[in-house]
Design a protein around this ligand. Structure first.
Ligand code: HEM
Length: 361
């Protein structure tokens, strides 16, 4: 398989980072062992072992690289073209904000580019990013994407102002069901926007952006009545919690008859969304790739911290009466109400611009 030649060189070139042991699966393929010190370096130096801005960006990047494929106009999918052909792909409006993400990841990619192709690096960093987020699933990672051949064609990444039909059609064209789309959107539980309202960078999509829980599915179904910043931005609708921004696409898919019951089910079923998200992210990471030519290196990905003391609930001051019932098959469950004053969610601290690739590994 690929990369064998470079493997032994890297194992000797990189000293192991000595830190807290990270719980990992025992069944490590020896051909994946060179990834262990790289994983530790990314977790320590790129993500600071936090489910923060850099981790969120790496997760968004796996999607924007992978979805660049279509049965009609081509593209290489999860091939790393967004790195190699960044001058083309960063000019696509749907990739707004990813320049900062490439700036964060770029030095690390350069550091390991002799052993990891751009496609493998992006999907590896994305899988690792999830292991910093309490409550996230441990996702699989397969190694062996060849270098990208060309930039993705334009207009393949969904925009937040696209209709639900357009979004579901785009995903269906590369094999994702409406249920899988909603599972993938649980990523917005650990996410925020820098460019939708550029006056308020780092505005989270739910009340708990550093924890993979189900609040996104509750918060987005509440009747919106505020804009956290200027309002009237393309792709934004009113949210229900101070300091959070609601994407029009999330709002529409939460209320669309084709997806509303999946959205509602996930609001109180962390285990289900965790399992389905993990499977869908792995499927995304294989778009355009041939899994038969790849090595299963999932054992390198650490187990994310468990979600502790999470009870699906309404934010303080809001109740079942504020839910916009959208699933026709079953009523939204009546949840407990969090005590205290109304929430005012702080912005997500932005990743430092001066990251140098963590040379102290
Ligand atoms: C319907 C499809 C989707 C649309 C329209 C959409 C749209 C957006 C938008 C507009 C942002 C904010 C960008 C900014 O202003 O900085 C965002 C952020 C994000 N999205 Fe999505 N997204 C979609 C699906 C996904 C999927 C499938 C994933 C991952 C599997 C994902 C992960 C993220 C993450 C992690 C962020 C936060 C990035 C950060 O904080 O730097 N999104 N998304």
């Amino acid at each position: 398989m690929v990369f064998k030649k470079a493997l032994s060189a890297l194992v000797f070139a990189l000293p192991l980072v000595l830190g807290l042991p990270r719980p990992r699966a025992a069944d490590l393929d020896p051909r994946c062992a060179f990834l262990l010190p790289i994983a530790d370096n990314l977790l320590d130096e790129l993500f600071d072992n936090e489910c923060g801005d850099a981790a969120h960006g790496a997760l968004r990047l796996i999607f924007h690289d992978a979805i660049g494929i279509s049965p009609t106009v081509g593209g290489g999918g999860a091939d790393g073209s967004i790195f190699t052909f960044n001058e083309t792909e960063l000019a696509f409006p749907a990739n707004d904000g990813l320049d900062d993400v490439l700036d964060d990841l770029g030095p690390f990619f350069q550091k390991f580019s002799h052993v990891l192709t751009p496609g493998d690096f992006i999907q590896f960093a994305g899988a690792l990013s999830l292991s910093t987020c309490p409550g996230a699933p441990r996702v699989q990672f397969a190694l062996g994407r060849p270098p990208p051949k060309a930039a993705s064609p334009p207009d393949l990444v969904p925009e937040p102002f696209d209709t639900a039909t357009s979004i579901l059609t785009r995903f269906a064209s590369v094999g994702f069901s409406p249920q899988e789309v909603i599972a993938l959107l649980s990523s917005h539980s650990i996410a925020g926007a820098d460019t939708v309202d550029p006056t308020i960078p780092g505005t989270p999509f739910d009340s708990t952006p550093s924890v993979y829980d189900t609040n996104i599915f509750i918060d987005v179904l509440l009747k919106g009545f505020l804009f956290p910043g200027t309002g009237n931005n393309q792709g934004e609708v009113m949210s229900a919690i101070n300091g959070t921004l609601r994407l029009q696409s999330d709002s529409e898919l939460a209320r669309d008859p084709r997806t509303a019951c999946f959205w509602q089910e996930f609001a109180t079923n962390h285990a289900a969304v965790q399992q389905q998200f993990g499977a869908a992210v792995f499927k995304l990471s294989l778009l355009g790739q041939n899994p038969r030519n790849m090595i299963d290196c999932s054992a390198v990905i650490p187990q994310p911290p468990a979600l502790k003391n999470f009870v699906p609930s309404f934010p303080p001051g809001q109740s079942h009466a504020d839910v916009e019932q959208s699933c026709a098959a079953a009523p939204f469950p009546n949840l407990p109400i969090q005590p205290g004053p109304p929430l005012d969610v702080p912005p997500i601290p932005q990743a430092e611009d001066d990251d140098d690739g963590g040379d102290d590994s």
